[in-house]
Design a protein around this ligand. Structure first.
Ligand SMILES: [Zn+2]
Length: 354
């Protein structure tokens, strides 16, 4: 990652302003135009013959809260108030650059002038989603600063976040400096050499894994990012990344692998997911024990099956593939399980030693 940052040179800025700042080569994370995300107010300007950051003011802000957020200490409240000629706060205020938090200074130039930022989109799946800013910062940003510095940076860049609540909501878009992205969470296509798993259909047992293969095959191919609850950043293009928790498990397998139910039950649906494009072609069924199970990203379905009909451990529901947002990644089947209408970890229902 590109680690050099922009330090405003006061003399240059005071003389000729910002036109002189060159754009260096952008890393793969930010090679896109990202207009309309940053507040237009947020800008380095000249104020009272000094370099200053022009900032948007939130409802309920005071000079003390601005001082805390932008400089790291409330003690600078009176100085900022003085810098703003002691006027009551309106929508816009000015903070002298010399007082800004060091962490903020370091990222701000890159964000404002090199557009080195990405946009996280919260992707919430029912009660299993990302629900707090704490979780987003803690789990999806790297450790280049401590939590409170990162939170201050996020609040300074994202005027639409209420600093007094910790809530994030579904589909919320949050600007994150590229240098703070936890890049290891970004999903990359894998390159695996698959051996075709040998099916081991056993008559007379009540539970099985969807591939009907030896459990050691599943263990070998389950990477940390494929597990239930794994944090993921998935590129949506244009510098946008969806931030999600994985709500099922992904079993890698060659395209065309037969998929069976994990228990006997009744078919609910086979075909394209009409609600969520990203799931691709799905198979959904309810087991006699009351689990609602969904397989995603299938390449083909068994056309002889009809919704409502009974299915057995020996029933082939369809074949694995890479439809939906699995396209471009290794073929796999995503298995999601709900019990009493709650998403649960499918691992114990899929990893069955037999
Ligand atoms: Zn998955």
């Amino acid at each position: 990652m590109d680690n050099n940052y922009f330090i405003p040179e006061r003399r240059t800025l005071l003389k000729g302003f910002l036109g002189l700042i060159g754009l260096s080569a952008l890393s793969h994370l930010e090679a896109f135009a990202k207009k309309g995300y940053l507040s237009e107010t947020l800008e380095y300007v000249k104020h009272k013959k000094e370099l200053a950051l022009r900032i948007p003011v939130r409802k309920g802000d005071s000079y003390y809260s601005l001082a805390e957020l932008y400089t790291g200490t409330q003690d600078n409240g009176p100085k900022i108030q003085d810098f703003n000629d002691n006027v009551p706060l309106s929508n816009i205020s000015f903070v002298p650059e010399r007082l800004l938090r060091m962490s903020l200074k370091k990222v701000l130039g890159n964000v404002l002038y090199k557009k080195q930022f990405v946009v996280y989109e919260i992707e919430k799946w029912g009660d299993e989603g990302i629900n707090s800013l704490w979780e987003l910062i803690h789990d999806f940003m790297n450790d280049s600063y401590d939590f409170y510095e990162k939170k201050a940076i996020i609040l300074c860049l994202n005027f639409n976040i209420n600093p007094r609540s910790d809530i994030v909501y579904d589909e919320q878009k949050i600007i994150v400096p590229s240098s703070l992205v936890k890049t290891e969470l970004i999903r990359k296509p894998k390159k695996k050499k698959f051996e075709v798993p040998k099916e081991k259909p056993k008559i007379g047992i009540a539970k099985q894994n969807p591939l009907r293969v030896d459990i050691s095959y599943l263990r070998r191919n389950l990477d940390p990012e494929d597990k239930y609850g794994a944090r993921r950043l998935r590129s949506l293009g244009g510098g946008r990344y969806s931030a999600t928790r994985h709500t099922g498990i992904d079993l890698d397998c060659p395209k065309g692998t037969n998929l069976y139910p994990i228990q006997k039950g009744r078919l609910i649906y086979l075909g394209k997911d009409r609600k969520l494009w990203r799931n691709g072609i799905i198979a959904e069924y309810i087991t006699d024990s009351g689990l609602r199970v969904k397989y995603c990203h299938l390449s083909r379905i068994n056309k002889n099956l009809k919704p409502g009909q009974e299915i057995y451990l020996s029933t082939i529901l369809g074949k694995s593939g890479d439809t939906g947002n699995a396209r471009g990644y290794e073929p796999h089947v995503h298995i999601g399980v709900r019990k009493d209408n709650k998403v649960i970890d499918p691992t114990s229902y899929v990893f069955i030693d037999s």
